[in-house]
Ligand binder design. Structure first.
Ligand code: PLP
Length: 459
């Protein structure tokens, strides 16, 4: 970072604050481009530089991969790296057991496999999630039951979980979306009350904390993902956390072709979901900087929230009281077009991108995707559950809060939070500019019909 530049900026900020005090000018004391026009109308970009790219590659990563290569021990059954990574990650997470696997999906699949989830069983999942949460249930021919979203937090509306519970419910699978913990007090209590295991989809949330404890360790098990976009990555990869020793053994056996079972009568299914030594070494090489990155994202996100909370119509996702740390896989907020002269979110996204701020509208409505509604016509599902159940299932898949959220959400990716404080300020300035000129932008963007691509979908 450039110290000089920072100091100059600081002085600018101070004098600007002085000016706005003297003239009774409203808000914004942290920049100098707020009077400029939006980039799309010919003004300068609010964020002219680029955000940190992802993934980050350093010398230890190169060494790790070469060491794995030259060791000629490429699989976990041959080498020690995956086991070492499990030890390190277990220590970081405060879990009793950690099993490294081939992906986050594999981690969820292993947990459901070890629980012997199958046809006739139901699994409760949030509707505001990545499709893997849904498909891992369907892969087991179990019935996914969607629960609507709490619009302010973007998390599952935990108060609506209980009414989704039936005698067939075998697992509740909350997701810590964006890396921020779901309402675990309510969810864990429901699990206890109904004797239903909680499997946390913590794929986006390594190191996030609920009341001082890492998420993924509070239910029976938690799944973490190391896919390319995630906060700690080896391209593909995942981990399963649990404090239950017997369950950990079942998971190991399931992911290792049903082999090495200490108590064979419990196990009848298995597959190969093992992590490679290349992934293990690459992850190990990143552990130190991973911890520093977690703190950096938190600091920047807190600062950005402070700035964005000042802008009418911009509502950063709220954290529940029990959240002591978010992993900030995503920075999420809601955009209310009524505060932007009625300008649609799609136009807001175009204008924000033109300012040099990458952004997306996040998830679409999962319960309305064709590949989800098609389940009601799937021949195996019809055979297992019958036509009436599948018809009812389709009709019950209404999530009005989620529909609303999917129209209002805006996301920034985690790597943007590895930028500087100035980057955060420029994000806020860009949005201020867009709000100030929303009327002009609306006319301009409508006129030139710039929207040939659908920016409401994540890329
Ligand atoms: C990434 C992700 C997964 C799946 O992880 P993969 O490693 O891509 O298989 C599951 N659930 C959520 C919420 C995710 O974000």
């Amino acid at each position: 970072m450039n110290d000089k530049l920072d100091r100059r900026n600081f002085i600018n900020n101070v004098s600007l604050a002085g000016v706005s005090l003297a003239f009774g000018m409203p808000q914004v004391t942290y920049g100098k481009t707020t009077d400029a026009k939006p980039a799309i109308l010919g003004g300068p970009k609010a964020h002219p530089t680029s955000f940190p790219s992802w993934p980050i590659v350093e010398r230890p990563d190169e060494n790790a991969l070469l060491e794995a290569l030259n060791s000629k021990k490429w699989g976990r059954l041959n080498g020690e790296a995956v086991r070492s990574f499990e030890e390190a990650f277990k220590y970081l997470s405060g879990a009793k057991h950690c099993l490294a696997v081939s992906s986050g999906t594999s981690a969820l699949f292993t947990a459901l496999g070890a629980l012997d989830i199958g046809p006739g069983d139901e699994v409760i999942i949030p509707v505001y999630t990545f499709v893997a949460t849904y498909y891992v249930v369907v892969l087991n021919y179990a019935l996914p039951r969607f629960v609507d979203t709490d619009i302010e937090s973007f998390q599952v509306d935990a108060n609506q979980i209980e009414k989704a519970i039936t005698p067939q419910t075998k697992v509740i699978m909350p997701v810590h979306i964006g890396g921020s913990p779901a309402d675990l007090d309510t969810i864990l209590e429901l699990g206890n009350k109904h004797h239903i295991p909680i499997v946390e989809d913590a794929c986006q949330a390594p190191m996030a904390e609920w009341r001082g404890e890492k998420v993924g360790t509070l239910g029976l098990a938690g799944a973490i993902s190391f896919q390319s976009s995630k906060n700690l990555t080896s391209g593909e990869g995942g981990a399963l956390l649990t404090n239950d020793t017997e369950f950990a053994q079942s998971c190991y056996v399931f992911h290792n072709q049903g082999r090495n079972a200490p108590n064979t009568k419990l196990h009848s299914r298995g597959t190969n979901l093992r992590m490679t030594e290349f992934q293990g070494r690459l992850l190990l090489a990143q552990m130190e900087r991973f911890k520093a990155q977690v703190d950096c994202r938190c600091e920047n996100a807190a600062y950005l929230s402070r700035l964005l909370n000042e802008i009418p119509g911009i509502y950063p996702a709220k954290l529940f009281k029990g959240v002591t740390k978010s992993a900030y896989h995503l920075y999420m907020f809601r955009y209310d077009k009524r505060e932007f002269q009625g300008m649609d979110r799609s136009k807001f996204l175009v204008a924000l991108q033109a300012e040099g701020i990458p952004c997306s509208g996040g998830y679409g409505m999962l319960n309305k995707e064709k590949y989800v509604t098609n389940l009601a016509k799937n021949k195996h599902y019809l055979k297992i559950y019958g036509e009436k159940t599948m018809k009812d299932w389709l009709e019950q898949n209404h999530c009005p809060q989620n529909d609303q959220l999917c129209k209002e959400a805006v996301w920034f990716s985690q790597s943007m939070l590895l930028g500087s404080r100035q980057d955060m300020e420029q994000i806020a300035q860009a949005i201020q500019k867009i709000r100030k000129y929303a009327g002009d932008l609306l006319i301009f963007l409508t006129k030139i019909n710039l929207l040939s691509v659908d920016l409401s979908k994540p890329n």
